[in-house]
Design a protein around this ligand. Structure first.
Ligand SMILES: Nc1ncnc2c1ncn2[C@@H]1O[C@H](COP(=O)(O)OP(=O)(O)OP(=O)(O)O)[C@@H](O)[C@H]1O
Length: 859
């Protein structure tokens, strides 16, 4: 067998240098063993045939056949190493270690080596990687030649079979097994590739049979110096090898334990943020390398600085912005705090600190625009024009405080659309803030920046959207703002927003710097004033928009709603014409509301029906078919029922037959007025009173008062035959107000209840077209009530022709109720219940003494 070494060729040196130490340790490598001629290495085409040193198979020391299974073969041709072919197609290699690296002479070569098989040869950066598999130990006996190659006689040193009787060896094997198990379990925690571990595990299972090979394998996996490797290689004796291996293994286990601990510590410290930062840095480097670097990324700071400079921040805000900018510059972009500050600065840079839109202060033009958009609503329009005129006059002084208007009225009377039209008349931006269901103060004022995901409130959001600091803000449904929520009182936040004295320094919790809101024109809308807290109401100028009469609705429908619907449905102005009769029928027969929203919807239905007709005829014409009847744009009274179906509402009171015990009352709630019936009946009993119909405490008390008064005056008004007789001696009374689902409250049904009770006990009727409202005292006085205008208009709509009400409400009728309504209704004003009863029963009630005397005598 030959051992070759060609030390003068740099290529080999190169290969030696590039041996990967881990791979190297898989086998034991020493002098390079390729047996090939120098020329064949530099030029494979000239490779010399392999020289078999000997064909003598008998000698253990000389024959390759003694090597296990004759596996010393370099399989296949390699680009680097010529395919050495021996006569029998096999190639043998033996590896021994050099004692010193460069100068090669026999003294530098270790006497123990290893026969090996070439497993892989790979081209690597700056050289080659050779993977060899050790097969058997061999001892170098003597060099037979040194030139051009080292050639030597060797003796293979295969491991002896394990002697089971050797107790010392057996003990050593047990120790080896437990040490190597610990070692493998540590490797597992280091997350080595699974195949490597399974292979190791399999090998360990065989430790009792082939301890020598297990040791060799384990030694190739641990970190050890070349000297230590050689020491193991030279330990031909099993016991010697195992004890040396256990020593090295124990050391390795110790090292692994320490490194595991260090790894855990470092892992803990290298938290998510640091890793992110590291990755981002890498990403930036990769982008830069690829030439994809975003030009804007670098100057993010410069950008934000210039944006902040452009918005002209007030001095104190500028200070805060500078402070935050300074902090931002010191931070890692990946930290969460960075993005919080970044967002904050973005908000500062996006707000219109000094940007206003130019007002159109042309009063005449504004008047025209307001009149074009809305019919009636004179009070509001006048107030807006006043504001414009004052602004124009004071413009030079530059200190105009916008009024804070609150439009109050039932739904659909045009409060919201009026706000929009005011904005366009003044040439301002418009922003609607819907406040219905806002329960949290921070929705108005924002969250403090300490909260995760904090943002400014609705006011600052609106300003950012408008991009100017003088828009018209419509605070829609301010009466629906929830108070006493879990997180502060939102209506309290409005105390600051809507106070002209304070709102120039409004501080949103998120911004934490003041913003001047005084240039904003605030318009609030509400259905009712009852739920608006008094201090808030005090800050606003309320303008009531009552419900519309039929005449007003007709005008609105003709001039606004119909043209709007025609336009929305893509038809020409003259394509749909609706007669006044037809429009009035839609208003009276298909809607029952204070506003015009339903009316608009019904008109929409009319227009849609016409649009279908129009489109069908057009299609036929386009297809060349003959058209029997031309398109008719007119919608007449008769067409209405055909298109909209049967009338939904009939006149409630005129249709109703008067019966004893039933009286028409008048009601008003936030969404408008209406009539309500009070029904009373009696039954055998013991004088109890039963009340039904979702009644509140106040209205229940009114019923008690009414009943007490009737009981105590039964004789005077002819209900009993003697003064001491109880009208309810053997009877119970039940008072009911229909529409049980609607809650009712308030004292204004007092006189109507008295009339209903008297009507039942006397068995006389009150005409159903007579309605009444008024609070009643136990002494028989009639007290004034609210909502007169809405009540009267709604009663008129329902067909009431006579109204009895407190004398002190007379001024409300003359000032608020439209003339055409007043003309249709007969009003009677009363200050005592006697007057009410006389008028309600039209003198048909038998009164023993004059009602006023009745009352007076008890005073
Ligand atoms: N006087 C009017 N002239 C012309 N159109 C009107 C008038 N009043 C109401 N409208 C129209 O009626 C519709 C409903 O009005 P809007 O939405 O403004 O009602 P609102 O009073 O704000 O109701 P809500 O209280 O329910 O918000 C709109 O299309 C509006 O243009």
């Amino acid at each position: 067998m030959q051992i070759t070494r060609r030390d003068s060729i740099p290529l080999f040196e190169q290969i030696l240098r590039t041996f990967d130490s881990r791979e190297l340790s898989k086998c034991i490598i020493g002098t390079f063993p390729v047996r090939a001629s120098p020329t064949s290495i530099t030029s494979p085409s000239t490779s010399a045939p392999i020289q078999e040193s000997s064909a003598d198979n008998k000698s253990d020391t000389k024959k390759p056949s003694v090597l296990p299974h004759g596996e010393l073969i370099i399989p296949g041709p390699s680009p680097l190493l010529p395919n050495p072919r021996s006569s029998n197609g096999k190639e043998e290699r033996a590896l021994v270690s050099l004692r010193a690296s460069s100068s090669v002479n026999p003294a530098h070569i270790h006497s123990t080596g290893c026969a090996a098989r070439l497993v892989r040869l790979e081209r690597a950066v700056g050289g080659f990687t050779v993977v060899l598999e050790g097969l058997v130990r061999l001892r170098l006996n003597k060099f037979t030649s040194q030139s051009p190659y080292f050639e030597a006689d060797v003796t293979p040193l295969p491991d002896k079979a394990v002697n089971k009787a050797d107790q010392e060896l057996q003990d050593q094997i047990v120790a080896l097994r437990s040490t190597s198990k610990e070692f493998v379990s540590l490797l597992q925690s280091l997350k080595l590739p699974a195949p490597v571990l399974t292979q190791l595990q399999k090998f360990l299972d065989n430790v009792a049979v082939m301890p020598g090979q297990v040791v060799d394998l384990l030694m190739s996996t641990i970190e050890s110096s070349l000297d230590e490797k050689i020491m193991i290689l030279e330990a031909v004796d099993l016991k010697d090898r195992i004890s040396k291996a256990i020593e090295l293994l124990t050391r390795q286990i110790h090292v692994l334990k320490i490194s595991q601990k260090v790894h855990d510590n470092v892992e803990g410290k290298l938290n998510k943020k640091q890793r992110e930062f590291y990755l981002r840095q890498q990403m930036a480097a990769i982008k830069e390398e690829l030439g994809e670097k975003d030009a804007g990324e670098d100057d993010e700071m410069t950008q934000i600085e210039s944006r902040l400079a452009a918005v002209n921040l007030p001095a104190d805000v500028q200070k805060a912005a500078d402070r935050e900018l300074k902090r931002l510059k010191k931070m890692q972009p990946s930290s969460s705090e960075y993005s919080v500050i970044r967002n904050y600065l973005d908000w500062l840079a996006d707000l219109p600190w000094a940007k206003s839109s130019e007002d159109i202060l042309d009063v005449e033009k504004a008047r025209k625009q307001l009149n074009d958009d809305h019919h009636g609503l004179e009070k509001v329009k006048r107030r807006i024009l006043e504001y414009l005129a004052v602004t124009k006059l004071q413009q030079l002084k530059g200190d105009v405080r916008g009024p804070i208007l609150c439009l109050v009225g039932p739904p659909g009377v045009g409060k919201t659309s009026l706000g929009r039209s005011i904005a366009s008349a003044m040439g301002r931006k418009f922003h609607r803030i819907s406040l219905g269901g806002v329960w949290d103060e921070s929705e108005i004022r924002g969250h403090r920046r300490t909260y995760v995901g904090a943002l400014p409130g609705l006011i600052i959001h609106g300003l950012k959207k408008c991009e100017v600091n003088n828009p018209v803000f419509l605070l829609d449904e301010i009466d629906k703002v929830g108070s006493r929520g879990h997180h502060g009182d939102p209506s309290a936040a409005f105390l600051e927003v809507l106070d002209p004295e304070q709102n120039s320094t409004f501080t949103d919790h998120y911004l934490n710097v003041p913003f001047d809101l005084s240039k904003i024109l605030f318009i609030a809308t509400a259905n009712s004033l009852d739920t608006i807290p008094a201090p808030l109401l005090d800050r606003m100028e309320t303008i009531t928009i009552p419900g519309y009469t039929y005449a007003e609705k007709l005008a609105i429908a003709t001039n606004h709603l119909l043209p709007k619907q025609i336009r929305l449905h893509g038809l020409g102005e003259t394509d749909v014409q609706v007669t006044q009769d037809a429009l009035l029928k839609v208003a009276t027969g298909y809607t029952r509301e204070s506003g015009v929203r339903h009316l608009e919807r019904e008109i929409g239905s009319l227009v849609r029906a016409k649009a279908v007709e129009y489109a069908e005829i057009q299609e036929k014409k386009e297809a060349g078919h003959s058209v029997l009847t031309e398109y008719q744009p007119l919608v007449s009274l008769d067409d209405v029922e055909e298109i909209l179906g049967q009338e939904k509402f009939v006149n409630e009171v005129t249709e109703r037959v008067a019966v004893p015990g039933v009286v028409t009352g008048m009601a008003y709630n936030g969404v408008g007025g209406g009539i309500l019936f009070i029904e009373v009946s009696q039954m055998p009993g013991k004088g109890n009173l039963q009340l039904t119909g979702s009644l509140g405490d106040v209205i229940k008390e009114s019923a008690q008062i009414a009943l007490s008064w009737v009981k105590s005056h039964g004789y005077e008004i002819g209900l009993t035959n003697s003064p001491g007789q109880n009208v309810m001696e053997k009877a119970d009374v039940h008072i009911h107000m229909p529409s049980g689902g609607t809650p009712k409250d308030g004292p204004s049904a007092g006189i109507a209840m008295v009339c209903a009770l008297v009507s039942m006990f006397s068995n006389r009727t009150v005409p159903s077209t007579t309605a009444m409202t008024g609070e009643f005292t136990l002494r028989g006085l009639v007290m004034p009530v609210g909502g007169i205008k809405e009540k009267v208009i709604a009663a008129h709509r329902a067909g009431v022709r006579k109204i009895i009400m407190p004398l002190r409400n007379q001024k409300d009728v003359t000032s608020d109720v439209p003339v055409n309504v007043r003309e249709d209704i007969e009003f009677f004003y009363a200050s005592t219940i006697g007057e009410v009863l006389r008028e309600a029963f039209e003198g048909r009630l038998m009164v023993r003494s004059s009602a006023s005397t009745v009352v007076d005598s008890r005073m």
